[in-house]
Each structure stands twice: as structure tokens, then as C-alpha cells.
Write a protein that binds this ligand. Structure first.
Ligand SMILES: [Zn+2]
Length: 169
């Protein structure tokens, strides 16, 4: 969306610029040179935007909050009920959340708050989590609380709900 703005700006500059043509030069050559100049301008202006990397500090804080919220208090393993060595399992994988929200233009705080939304977390003991990761067997979708599905549908849409199903069978 924003790229269109840059392109328009570049076009304005192009129209206002006069390029010297040596006798014998063709109009085709001139337009080729201008197109190359335009690309260079757009690239340098876009650099800060495309290089924007969400903050490490925001990520670490969100990750910490996620872990405490999911494994703290009276949390039990969603598979075996154990309260020992709990892991915070992402019912919707981080990479899936990142893919869905990639184009949302969020602040680093909001971006990481969604990637590590505690509402998407499920407690699983070390053994059951390892079993899930190795699919020996995985945590089935039937063990994911309805509240997680509701949050995911509200926040990430049907695509997120479908992904939970795919990731838990
Ligand atoms: Zn367990």
C-alpha cells in the first residue's frame, strides 16, 4: 500500500528532471536511464521501512509474560494432568501467527503481544510436550480448550482455527 506513495513521488521527480541527451541518443535510451534512476530512488527510500525489525526487548518481555501466564498458578499438563516441569505450548504455532499478522503494520509491542498471546498458550509437561513435538503422538485438537479456539478465531480468523486443527493431529 505504502509503496504506491513512493512510486508516485518518484514519478514526480522524474517528470521534473531533465536528462541531457547527446546528439544521436535515442529516446529509448533516455527512458531506460530514467527508469533505472527511479528504481534506485525508490530502493533507498524504502530501506528504513523494509529493515524495520520488531524490538528484541518487546519480544523478550512478551515471551516471559506468556510463559508465566501459561505455566503459573494451578496450571496442569493438558495431556496427563501433571504439574511438574511444565512447558508453555503454543496451540497456534508462532510461525503461523507471524505469517497471519505479517501485513498488519503493528508496533513491535503489539506484534510480539500477539505472537506470545497467553490466550494461545497451553500447559504441557516436558514429556507430553516432547511427544507432541515428535508427533509420538501429538496433542490432539480435542485437548485444546474451547477458550483458545474462541480467542484464535476472534483474533486471527478462520485461518488460525484451521491451523490449530492441522497442527494437532
Ligand atoms: Zn504431561
Amino acid at each position: 500500500m505504502k509503496r504506491a506513495g513512493f512510486a508516485r513521488k518518484a514519478t514526480h521527480k522524474r517528470l521534473g528532471r531533465k536528462t541531457e541527451l547527446a546528439p544521436g541518443d535515442t529516446a529509448l535510451k533516455r527512458s531506460t536511464a530514467l527508469r533505472q534512476g527511479e528504481r534506485g530512488l525508490a530502493r533507498s527510500e524504502l530501506k528504513p521501512r523494509t529493515k524495520r525489525i520488531p524490538g528484541k526487548q518487546e519480544r523478550d518481555e512478551a515471551s516471559e509474560r506468556f510463559w508465566h501466564a501459561v505455566t503459573g498458578g494451578k496450571a496442569r499438563c493438558v495431556m496427563c494432568g501433571s504439574r511438574r516441569r511444565l512447558h508453555a505450548h503454543h496451540a497456534l504455532q508462532k510461525q503461523t501467527i507471524k505469517r497471519i499478522i505479517r501485513s498488519w503494520e503493528l508496533s513491535p509491542h503489539d506484534y510480539w503481544r500477539l505472537v506470545y498471546a497467553p490466550e494461545v498458550g497451553v500447559a504441557a509437561c516436558e514429556d507430553c510436550h516432547a511427544s507432541h513435538t515428535a508427533k509420538l503422538p501429538p496433542i490432539p485438537a480435542s485437548k485444546i480448550p474451547a477458550s483458545v479456539f474462541a480467542f484464535v478465531e476472534r483474533t486471527f480468523g478462520r485461518e488460525g482455527v484451521a491451523a490449530i486443527g492441522r497442527e494437532h493431529r
